[in-house]
Write a new protein. Structure first.
Lengths: 504, 223
């Protein structure tokens, strides 16, 4: 790979941060500008992500500010995923937030003010996530990830009622405690790398440099650093048993924020975890077994919890915990095939979980209800939403030929290749449970006889095009990546190669 | 870094710092708890200035800590408490057992870290006595902060616990990463202040909606 200096990695994360400032600070900013800026910014970020991916595929690693920012295949993949999901969520927000329900819930004046703050913070939230994915500085990685918590904390508590405040408090408190462990881990990495004295002229704060000297780090320090990093970043990634904040935050936040949290934020935290912990794999291969076991525990725990949920958003949130287990089991293996499967599932989960949250948001928008027991028979009133939900449910369950099938299959094969048959069997069993949970929820909500008067009396209608278009786009992407999985191969190949440090 | 530091002064400041941690956790009046935190922040600045005599880069850290930890954070804490009943919601553990437990925690963590510092500190410098003490104090403050977060029902007290956690990590940097660039120190310190501001803002909302800052009353999402 050739290293090339470029300003684009910096522009990628600075653009949303700069765009968010006037939205937050200028009280009289026009509503259309508030709504348009996130859409335009996310579109530009996606385009820059695609450009960086193109460069990476050409054998180039992009760097900025003396290697402080560094974009390889993995970072480029993350930027594309964040940009795409942010674009869909931003378009969807245009109508989702303009509801009478919001005004009724918080009052007209507060609705105006909060909407402006919403769009400003969304831009900062996206910017900080992107920063975390392009930085090569281990301490700035912590700073960026904590910044994602700070920019999204008020978004989780957006509605400012009892439920939202409870979720917001837990979110801020638990994630900050968790990430403090990660800071300790990051500092230990830096200190240990510096102590090797094998980096003349290079900064021991750069992850790419720490990786070079990782085998020289004393065992005890490495073990402490890994433990702190797994607890810290794992908390943010929603890995069980550090996940308790996740169902509350994902369920109580406005749906576009649920999409950003579940679709990309938790993945960005997992990215940080594997980016830092994987450097120890060659010297400590047993760590990979621990991470696979943690991943399997997370996937089983998440789906078992999802089975008993009546609230659609909480069901999806617990399902996210479970799916993060798949990603961790894959990338935790450290082999090329494992990393490929894990990252493929990361990409796929970003698409179908965003699709599912947007579909549920559409149901909430149309009916005002989100409990499965209160909903039924929406299929005829909301044909596009019901179709999108069903497609997302089948994709997340790993139903062929949708995208989830291929990534899960790759993970099963990687686990089997590593001789971890018990893990492969549990992963398949979890997939079957996922199918039951998701399809059952879909059937109960969209099929059957209407239970409420509103549905029966045709008061419920399909959501506006500006809301179903992002859903349809995500559904089309799920289908595309299922029918033509080779579309994603080149970038995933580079990303997996950047991460894999064990075997083949 | 030249290790010729005033060891007695550092040990004295460190010891008082641990005592302020216990006070911040155990004080039942929230204002006194905030005062204990303020004292700890000032002691931390003092420690950084002392270490700065052999590593001038730490003067910058001391300045950052003074603004963020000794001025802005206490200001936010006192502003939150202004004009309100500052009695703490009864914690999970009573005062007597809690003081004993905190004492055991304090001694245990101090001894453990001081005795096995090589696990945490990979550098030769960090294994010198003054830096061993520094790391042992940092880990003790960290343990006490975590103890506060886990056993205190009052949301304000959990914020104090969080502040202790952050102070501990910041203090450990003196031994582990004294060459850390100013930008990184500034980033870490600034985020702590923003975190405290945001948390207190949300807790204020919780108090208005729930009529209490008792975290055990936050059960809306379990229904």
């Amino acid at each position: 790979m050739v290293t090339e200096t470029s300003i684009i990695p910096a522009v990628t994360f600075l653009l949303p941060l700069v765009a968010g400032a006037p939205v937050l600070l200028w009280k009289r900013i026009d509503r259309r500008v508030q709504q348009g800026l996130p859409v335009l910014t996310a579109a530009l970020v996606t385009a820059m992500g695609a450009w960086m991916a193109h460069k990476v595929l050409g054998g180039v690693i992009l760097t900025t500010w003396s290697n402080e920012l560094r974009v390889d295949g993995l970072s480029a993949l993350m930027v594309v995923v964040i940009g795409t999901v942010a674009l869909m969520a931003s378009v969807y927000s245009i109508r989702y937030l303009r509801t009478e329900a919001l005004i009724r819930r918080v009052g007209e004046a507060a609705a105006e003010r909060r909407t402006r703050i919403f769009y400003g913070l969304v831009l900062w939230f996206v910017g900080t996530m992107l920063w975390g994915c392009v930085t090569n500085n281990v301490v700035m990685l912590y700073v960026a990830i904590e910044a994602t918590t700070l920019t999204s904390g008020l978004l989780v508590a957006f509605y400012w009622d009892r439920r939202a405040l409870e979720a917001g408090y837990k979110y801020l408190m638990l994630l900050t405690i968790g990430i403090t462990f990660a800071l300790f881990g990051c500092v230990l990495l830096y200190a240990a790398a510096a102590a090797t004295k094998q980096l003349p002229g290079a900064s021991p704060m750069l992850i790419s440099e720490i990786r070079r000297v990782a085998p020289l780090i004393p065992g005890g320090t490495a073990a402490f650093a890994m433990a702190f990093l797994v607890i810290g970043f794992g908390t943010k990634a929603g890995i069980a048993p550090f996940h308790p904040w996740l169902p509350d935050a994902h369920a109580e936040a406005p749906t576009p924020i649920s999409v950003l949290l579940s679709g990309v934020m938790i993945k960005m935290a997992l990215y940080a975890m594997v980016r830092t912990v994987s450097i120890f794999y060659p010297a400590w291969p047993q760590v990979s077994t621990f991470l696979v076991a943690l991943g399997i525990f997370t996937m089983v725990f998440g789906i078992v919890m999802a089975m008993s949920q009546d609230d659609l958003k909480r069901l999806l949130a617990y399902s996210s915990v479970s799916q993060m287990g798949y990603v961790l089991a894959g990338v935790g293996l450290g082999t090329y095939l494992g990393c490929y499967g894990g990252l493929y599932h990361l990409l796929n989960h970003a698409l179908f979980k965003s699709l599912l949250f947007l579909s549920v948001g559409a149901v909430i928008y149309a009916t005002g209800a989100r409990r499965i027991s209160e909903l039924s028979g929406l299929r005829h009133r909301m044909p596009i939403t019901s179709g999108c939900f069903l497609l997302g449910a089948l994709a997340i369950a790993g139903f062929p030929p949708l995208n989830g099938f291929w990534s899960k299959l790759t993970i099963y094969l990687a686990l089997a290749q590593a001789g971890l048959w018990w893990a492969a069997v549990l992963a398949v069993a979890t997939s079957v449970l996922t199918m039951i949970v998701m399809v059952r929820a879909g059937i109960r909500v969209f099929w059957g006889k209407p239970r409420t008067a509103a549905v029966a009396e045709s008061a419920v209608r399909e959501v506006p095009a500006v809301m179903w278009l992002p859903m349809a786009t995500l559904a089309a992407l799920c289908l595309l990546l299922g029918v033509y999985p080779q579309v994603a191969y080149p970038l995933l190949d580079r990303a997996a190669a950047a991460l894999a440090t064990l075997g083949t | 870094m030249n290790p010729s530091l005033p060891a007695n002064l550092i040990e004295t400041l460190s010891l008082i710092m641990v005592i302020t941690s216990v006070a911040a956790v155990e004080m039942r009046r929230l204002k006194l708890s905030a005062v204990a935190y303020l004292c700890q922040a000032l002691l931390m600045v003092g420690l950084l200035v002392t270490f700065g005599s052999v590593n001038p880069a730490l003067y910058w850290w001391a300045g950052t800590a003074l603004v963020t930890k000794a001025i802005l954070t206490p200001w936010a804490l006192f502003r939150f408490l202004r004009g309100r009943d500052d009695r703490e919601v009864k914690p999970v553990i009573g005062l007597g057992p809690s003081v004993v437990f905190a004492g055991v925690l304090m001694l245990g963590f101090y001894q453990l870290t001081h005795g096995r510092v090589t696990l945490l500190a990979p550098t030769e410098m960090a294994q010198l006595e003054v830096f061993r003490t520094n790391l042992a104090v940092a880990s003790t403050v960290f343990a006490l902060g975590l103890y506060a977060v886990l056993t205190r029902r009052d949301a304000f007290k959990t914020v104090i616990g969080l502040c202790l956690l952050e102070n501990a990590v910041h203090l450990s940097l003196v031994s582990l990463a004294p060459e850390l660039p100013e930008t990184a120190v500034f980033g870490v310190a600034t985020e702590v202040v923003v975190t405290v501001f945001l948390l207190l803002y949300v807790i204020d909302g919780v108090r208005q909606e729930f009529g209490t800052t008792d975290t055990f009353q936050l059960r809306e999402l379990r229904r």
